[in-house]
Design a protein around this ligand. Structure first.
Ligand code: BES
Ligand code: MN
Length: 456
């Protein structure tokens, strides 16, 4: 190896030195409400891409903002490898989820604030802290300074539409294939098993989001005059949605894949506590909890368009529309799953109602065979950063469509899925937050990982 190696202690000191600046930059990013969902103002995504590009330029990376057609801006920063060293691609995303019901937030989602060792705000964890973990690790090596000792080649790739299904990603990868080509890829967009217990994510579910619209009448009619002989659209859609699960709460759509999960125990009381399920409310589905969450399909109804109760007239309503999110087990296929769902919904139309199914976005599931030198390098970095605690291999129920797409383009790269989330991060919900103590460990682990990978 031609590059000087860093000791654990040197990296620990370097990360501690960089942390205040990294925190300030994280807060700056978190103030930008970049949301790629349909119907939102997309100009903040431009600002957010520009802010990320500025961070990468500050590291001396050859930086560009990349997009395909009317897709949202991704940021790519490149630093060539020292002779003989491998190249590592560092992935994160700068777009965030919508905030949902604002009244549920204890503070402004786009004004990050610290409470009890956590930084609260939309994107403070998912995934602006992922971006900053990459920046922190590079700064620890003096990246872009006169004393630049980054031991590997680096490609930073920060996507701008991950939360809305990464529609332009396959074309983006194709267009920048040479630039993005790498030996190892670190995807900082998942999380750890618990506070104090690091994890490598080795399986993620796929996703298919779709809409179903039910029509029963040409227009609303007097509920006294027509009720009793006319189905209403809400009752009709409720019946249709009810066909998606059996009485146990298992998915009742034929043809979706289920597999088994690692023998990791996720005690029911821990799950209930972390998720906030109310006392007395039963869990749904059957089988071990990790299987229900990671390796079986799940269907959730995310939203229904219906008249608000306030001011609703006594009328039978003609149409209703629901947004459905289907999580796919590893081994399933997003296109086949959509066709299966569509057929199920059309076939189960109650009372001859007109049912129209339409597609929103999707992503394939992935399982990673996490063995070999890069995974060993990652595990030993995690163990050192968490003061001797061994990392566990976990699955997650969420989805990162980039991984399957990237794997297809670069089948030989080792994919390491890391991240800043912990069981209390509340990503996608109100009061999302980052555990600042764990964040420091994530940054340190990534620096150690880059050092370890350089020595492979
Ligand atoms: N960071 C999440 C993925 C994730 C979720 C990792 C839970 C670990 C635990 C990611 O940003 C995300 O939420 N993805 C979307 C993808 C979808 C819109 C295609 C998701 O899972 O809903
Ligand atoms: Mn994310």
């Amino acid at each position: 190896m031609t590059t000087p190696s860093f000791s654990d202690e040197e990296l620990r000191t370097a990360i501690a030195r960089e942390l205040p600046g990294v925190r300030a930059d994280l807060e700056r990013l978190a103030r930008i409400p970049g949301i790629a969902f349909e119907g939102f103002d997309f100009t903040p995504l431009e600002r957010s891409a520009e802010a990320v590009a500025e961070l990468l330029r500050g590291l001396g990376l050859q930086t560009q903002i990349a997009r395909i057609g009317d897709g949202h801006p991704a940021v790519i920063g490149v630093k060539p490898a020292p002779p003989g060293a491998p190249t590592v691609l560092l992935y994160a995303h700068h777009d965030v989820q919508p905030v949902g019901d604002l009244s549920r937030w204890e503070s402004d989602p786009f004004e990050p604030v610290e409470r009890d060792g956590r930084l609260y705000g939309r994107g403070c964890a998912d995934d602006k802290a992922g971006i900053m973990a990459h920046v922190a690790a590079l700064r620890a090596f003096g990246c872009g300074t006169a004393d630049d000792r980054v031991p590997v080649g680096v490609v930073v790739f920060v996507e701008g539409e991950e939360e809305f299904g990464s529609a332009s990603l396959p074309d983006l990868l194709e267009a920048h294939k040479d630039t993005l080509s790498s030996d190892v890829i670190v995807i900082a967009d998942s999380g750890n098993w618990d506070i104090g217990v690091p994890a490598l994510t080795t399986s993620l579910r796929g996703i298919v989001n779709l809409f179903v619209e039910v029509k029963v009448l040409k227009q609303a009619v007097h509920s006294g005059m027509a009720g009793g002989a006319t189905p209403d659209a809400l009752m009709t859609i409720a019946r249709l949605l009810a066909t998606l699960h059996d009485d146990n709460g298992d998915v009742a759509v034929d043809g979706l894949v289920s597999t088994s999960a690692a023998p990791l125990d996720y005690p029911e009381d821990r799950f209930r506590e972390e998720t906030g399920i109310l006392d007395g409310v039963e869990l749904i589905g059957t089988g071990r909890i990790v299987e229900r969450l990671w390796t079986k399909p799940a269907i959730s109804v995310l939203a229904i368009d219906a008249p608000p109760t306030a001011g609703a007239p006594n009328a039978v309503i003609p149409t209703a529309k629901a947004k459905i999110s289907v999580r796919l087990a590893p081994g399933d296929d997003r296109r086949r799953a959509y066709a299966t769902l569509k057929a199920h919904l059309e076939k189960h139309a109650p009372w001859g109602a007109r049912v129209t199914v339409s597609f929103e976005h999707d992503g394939d599931p992935i399982v990673i065979e996490a063995t070999g030198p890069a995974y060993d390098a990652a595990r030993s970095a995690f163990k050192a950063a968490w003061d001797g605690t061994e990392p566990v291999d976990i699955g997650v129920g969420g989805s990162i469509p980039f991984i399957a797409t990237f794997k297809e383009a670069f089948p030989d790269a080792a994919v390491l899925v890391t991240g800043v989330e912990d069981p209390f991060s509340k990503a996608h919900g109100p009061n999302e937050s980052l555990h600042l103590g764990e964040f420091e460990k994530v940054c340190l682990a990534e620096a150690m990982l880059l050092r370890n990978v350089a020595a492979l």
